[in-house]
Design a protein around this ligand. Structure first.
Ligand SMILES: [Zn+2]
Length: 95
């Protein structure tokens, strides 16, 4: 899931959270936040490097998955899957 960063609009003082800016993990399909969940101040979405750093985001989500005991595979070819996180065989084949 992508992480979005929000910060209070410049004209508003905001609270500890939104004055500094904070990050929220949201599904692509979720509506963007328009108000701070703590102080209700209007928010703007901030574009961060984290949004484009797909490499490190993937690593984070992999260790997260492993910590929770999930095994994740990605498709690398026709009927062949490579393990990207967790326990289990490194490759599985659908044949
Ligand atoms: Zn706030």
């Amino acid at each position: 899931m992508p992480i979005y960063r929000y910060q209070v609009l410049a004209a508003h003082p905001g609270c500890d959270q939104c004055a500094r800016g904070f990050e929220v993990m949201q599904k692509m399909a979720d509506a963007p936040l328009i108000a701070c969940p703590r102080c209700q101040a209007p928010l703007r979405k901030v574009i961060t490097a984290a949004n484009v750093a797909a490499g490190s985001a993937r690593l984070n989500s992999q260790s997260h998955l492993e910590k929770h005991g999930f095994t994740q595979y990605r498709k690398v070819g026709k009927g062949v899957y490579e393990k990207t996180a967790g326990k289990g065989p490194d490759y599985i084949s659908g044949d």
